[in-house]
Write a protein of this length. Structure first.
Length: 640
């Protein structure tokens, strides 16, 4: 009989050894001791396959240890071992023959093709284990389309009949495309930043940022949302993954909000929207900033800085919505105790290490070097945290968590490479844009709304980097055809790919938050949409006001743009929650809804002398501000 604890330990050891070896290897590469060649990225993919393979087997062991065995355990265990062994064999072959494969592409022999298929199947198997059926199916369909697209009768989507060796070259056997397409981003940009984020959380940063949120919450009505908005926003900006951040911080913030009067669905909605903020706030931005930089051939830090003002406006919109809701239901200030000693002890570890990381990035140094310095400083400074100094066990768990996160996220970037390659090589992206232009009116606003809807649909249920890549490859060429600059086009689809985690029918972040809040998915999704309405304006804003994306080279032209966005966010919240100094009746809420719409249209058509719409927005607000202070409406008359 198998001793599952010993078996897990036997799996843990090679997992950690592989992680250490791969980390040292990537560190040497970051300082230029290794060439960025086919061999280098083959080593990286091989290491990633080994680590995720060991994790797949370990996942099965944990089910036995925790007495939580799911269906088809034996089959899944065998499948995990198959994925580990076959990926190691296939990538081992590719690594040994990397130079030859690169030189001979696409003229592979039969043996090369066998191992190419084995590589493809094994990486898809690992993706299925760690990222689920939906993503794996999309990648598999994309690869199948590359091979068999010539059989499609519709001329719009028919492809030439490519030779199988030609296709396999683009899938990744040629060692510079397909699975290698985003391996460079994973190895050279995000690897050490992800581990750094895990180290920060391991040394106590989560409790510290939640305490900072409590300080704000003690000063405002409905302050129990403070730890969620501030704490979750900071943690998510480091983690860069909305769903995992909801699970990590929501178990603390959601019960606190419910304790202070927030209904369960609203508490879950606040946590989901705050955690989503981390995907659009620098520095990590759900890994997408690095991919955007790769697509635009721009330094990563330029892309991240361009995202700062829109990201802050997102948080402002969430804060406005929560503030109006809190006033509407007269929610109290937060009374929770704040551990100021913890903040003072842990703040230097965070500020100094994070400051050095930003200093390196702002100096256009490699993100890998920046992340490596952040790790070293976090390890060193946490030793001076007094009674909050992490134990060796906590440090070990932080490193293990870092290896876990970096391996599965690297697998994600590796696995979606063929999907991007298919859309580029077959020109599927351009064809999808042609369909939109054919069926939508030739008006930029209508076309943008169409792109928004497609982005929300394509991004449903997918991790942020995947959702962004799919919508970017499908829609950015189309958006550039209608006159958008490349940066704004990429960020427009990126924002709505992110928002797809908040919008039904999938809304994965909302689903996680609803479970923690013990609320229904539908009610939590409804409250999430109400909050998100204040943020849906932002992608349109930086399209119509490009100056919002010019940080740090801002001019005074950005001021009216920010004022218009904030005014629209405020009127949307007033209309959604029916409160301004007092509860509002239906017609009053409608007036503010019309004011918000007028502001939006005025922004969209500002180049066509529609300034009257902006005037209507502010005049309507001024009238309502005066009117709502003059009479008291009984609660029974107010619209819920």
């Amino acid at each position: 009989m198998i001793n599952w604890k010993k078996f897990r330990t036997a799996v843990d050891v090679p997992f950690l050894i592989t992680g250490v070896v791969l980390t040292v290897y990537i560190a040497f590469a970051a300082f230029g001791f290794l060439k960025n060649s086919a061999e280098h990225y083959s080593n990286f993919i091989l290491g990633t396959c080994l680590m995720t393979g060991f994790l797949a087997v370990r996942k099965n062991c944990d089910e036995k240890i925790q007495n939580n065995v799911q269906r088809f355990f034996e089959i899944r265990l065998a499948f995990s071992i198959f994925a580990l062994v076959t990926s190691a064999i296939a990538m081992g072959y590719v690594r040994i023959n990397a130079v030859t494969l690169e030189q001979t592409q696409p003229f592979f022999n039969d043996t090369d093709m066998i191992f190419g298929w084995l590589m493809t199947v094994s990486i898809l198997a690992l993706t299925l284990i760690h990222w689920g059926l939906l993503l794996t199916s999309i990648i598999a369909i994309g690869i199948t389309y590359f091979f068999l697209g010539y059989l499609i009768e519709n001329p719009l989507f028919m492809t030439p009949e490519y030779d199988a060796k030609f296709v396999m070259n683009y899938i990744g056997l040629g060692t510079n495309q397909g699975f290698y397409y985003l391996a460079q981003v994973a190895a050279d940009s995000v690897y050490f930043l992800i581990i750094y984020a895990a180290i920060l959380l391991g040394v106590g940063m989560l409790d510290m940022v939640l305490d900072i949120g409590k300080i704000t919450g003690r000063r405002v009505s409905g302050g129990a949302a403070g730890p969620a908005i501030i704490g979750s926003g900071i943690v998510a900006s480091i983690m860069g993954q909305a769903v995992s951040n909801v699970v990590l911080t929501g178990r603390l913030t959601i019960p606190m909000m419910k304790k202070y009067g927030y209904k369960g669905s609203m508490a879950g909605a606040i946590e989901a929207t705050a955690s989503t903020a981390g995907q659009i706030m620098p520095p990590v931005m759900g890994l997408a900033a690095f991919i955007i930089a790769s697509f635009l051939n721009k330094p990563y830090i330029d892309v991240a800085l361009s995202a700062l003002v829109p990201g802050l406006l997102y948080l402002v919109g969430v804060c406005i919505a929560v503030a109006v809701y809190a006033k509407r239901y007269d929610l109290p200030k937060l009374q929770e105790k704040v551990d100021m000693t913890r903040i003072k002890r842990l703040m230097p570890t965070f500020l100094i290490s994070f400051g050095v990381v930003l200093w390196f990035l702002l100096g256009y140094r490699s993100p890998a070097i920046a992340g490596l310095w952040g790790i070293l400083l976090a390890f060193g400074l946490c030793m001076f945290q007094g009674k909050y100094r992490p134990t060796l066990r906590q440090l070990y768990e932080a490193v293990e968590e870092g290896f876990y996160l970096v391996s599965i996220l690297s697998l994600l970037l590796i696995a979606i490479g063929p999907l991007g390659q298919v859309m580029l090589t077959t020109n599927l992206a351009g064809r999808l844009g042609s369909v939109l232009i054919q069926y939508l009116p030739d008006t930029q606003l209508i076309l943008l709304i169409g792109a928004m809807v497609v982005s929300l649909i394509l991004g449903m249920g997918l991790p942020t980097p995947v959702a962004y890549i799919i919508v970017a490859l499908a829609l950015v060429p189309f958006m550039q055809q209608i006159g958008l600059p490349p940066l704004q086009a990429h960020f427009f689809v990126f924002y709505f790919a992110v928002f797809s985690t908040l919008t039904p029918p999938v809304a994965v972040s909302v689903l996680a938050a609803a479970k923690l809040a013990k609320a229904s998915f539908l009610s939590t999704a409804t409250d999430s949409i109400k909050i998100a309405l204040t943020t849906f304006i932002i992608p349109y804003a930086f399209v119509f006001f490009p100056e919002l994306m010019t940080f740090p080279h801002l001019t005074w032209a950005v001021v009216p743009a920010i004022l218009v966005v904030v005014a629209i966010q405020w009127t949307v919240s007033i209309s959604s929650y029916g409160y301004l100094f007092r509860p509002l009746v239906g017609w009053e809420r409608a007036v503010f809804g019309v004011a918000a719409l007028s502001g939006f249209l005025g922004m969209a058509f500002k180049d066509n002398d529609y300034y009257a719409a902006h005037a209507a927005l502010f005049v309507g607000m001024a009238i309502m501000l005066f009117a709502t202070r003059k009479r008291n409406v009984p609660e029974t008359e107010a619209a819920e």
